[in-house]
Design a protein around this ligand. Structure first.
Ligand code: OOG
Ligand code: MG
Length: 257
């Protein structure tokens, strides 16, 4: 196993200097276990700097995203409190290297979830509320050029996330059919339904729980899980306004400066 410290430092330095990197896999043997170690170390560094673990995110769960990023399976990362953006808050692009946004459905867990048998039904039963949300992602790799293991090491491009102001009980909602309209500066960019995320957004969360179980990990009550981008991610710049409108879950509007 290679010494991961220099690679962790490179990812942390990219955040600090707002400077994109070449993929780690260009200069190291990056298998999946090593990538997960790097991810854990990057998250630990944020926690040591004062942030708190608040949840998890799924990435690359839709065919649209897998095609865009040229990968063929989902990944996950962790959300920390320093990534939280409140509804209505202006987002400053100079915090990021190359921010992109994508609409997602987010789950707030009311109960712990763990184990290799967890299904979408268990996820729905353990969910306190669902939200329309926007993932503000930022790859630490220049131009979003990475392999699957590189993006795992980079905590699935986690950078910021916004939960909308409408929280709904998932009972009685068919999240497969939850439509979403994404607009940028008043123009329509894309549309999607919840089913674009692994067939059902709760299936995506269930996949995460089963995948974590293989490492002896799980999710906890009170954590937020971003289920994965419903559409392709779109680049944003200062002056942009992005609105993600969801059926029944309200809309999330973000002004970028
Ligand atoms: C990887 C992160 C993907 C999603 O929801 O698919 C992600 C990337 O595209 O940089 O957050
Ligand atoms: Mg995402």
């Amino acid at each position: 196993m290679s010494d991961i410290a220099p690679f962790v430092d490179r990812l942390l330095g990219a955040v600090r200097d707002r400077q994109g990197l070449a993929p780690l896999s260009d200069t190291m043997e990056l298998d999946e276990p090593t990538a997960l170690q790097v991810q854990d170390a990057v998250v630990r560094a944020r926690i040591e700097a004062g942030a708190v673990l608040v949840g998890a995110k799924l990435g690359l769960t839709s065919v649209a995203k897998q095609k865009q990023m040229n990968v063929d399976r989902p990944a996950y990362g962790w959300l920390t409190s320093d990534m939280q953006i409140d509804t209505g808050e202006t987002v400053h692009c100079d915090r990021y290297i190359q921010p992109r946004v994508e609409p997602e459905i987010a789950f707030l867990l009311g109960r712990d979830l763990e184990g290799p048998q967890v299904t979408a039904a268990h996820v729905l039963a353990a969910t306190e509320a669902v939200f329309g949300a926007v993932d503000v992602l930022d790859s630490r790799y220049a131009g979003y050029k990475f392999t699957f293991n590189d993006v795992v090491a980079d905590n699935a491009s986690s950078a910021g996330f916004v939960l909308g102001g409408t929280a709904l009980d998932p009972y009685g909602l068919d999240l497969r059919l939850t439509g979403c309209v994404l607009e940028q500066n008043g123009g329509l960019v894309s549309t999607a339904a919840g089913a674009s995320v692994m067939g059902h957004p709760a299936s995506s969360v269930a996949w995460l729980v089963r995948t974590l179980a293989a490492r002896g990990l799980g999710l906890e009550a009170g954590q937020v899980v971003m289920a994965g981008g419903m559409t392709e991610a779109i680049p944003v710049k200062p002056g942009d306004t992005v609105v993600a409108s969801f059926d029944r879950l309200g809309s999330v509007e973000i002004a970028f400066r």
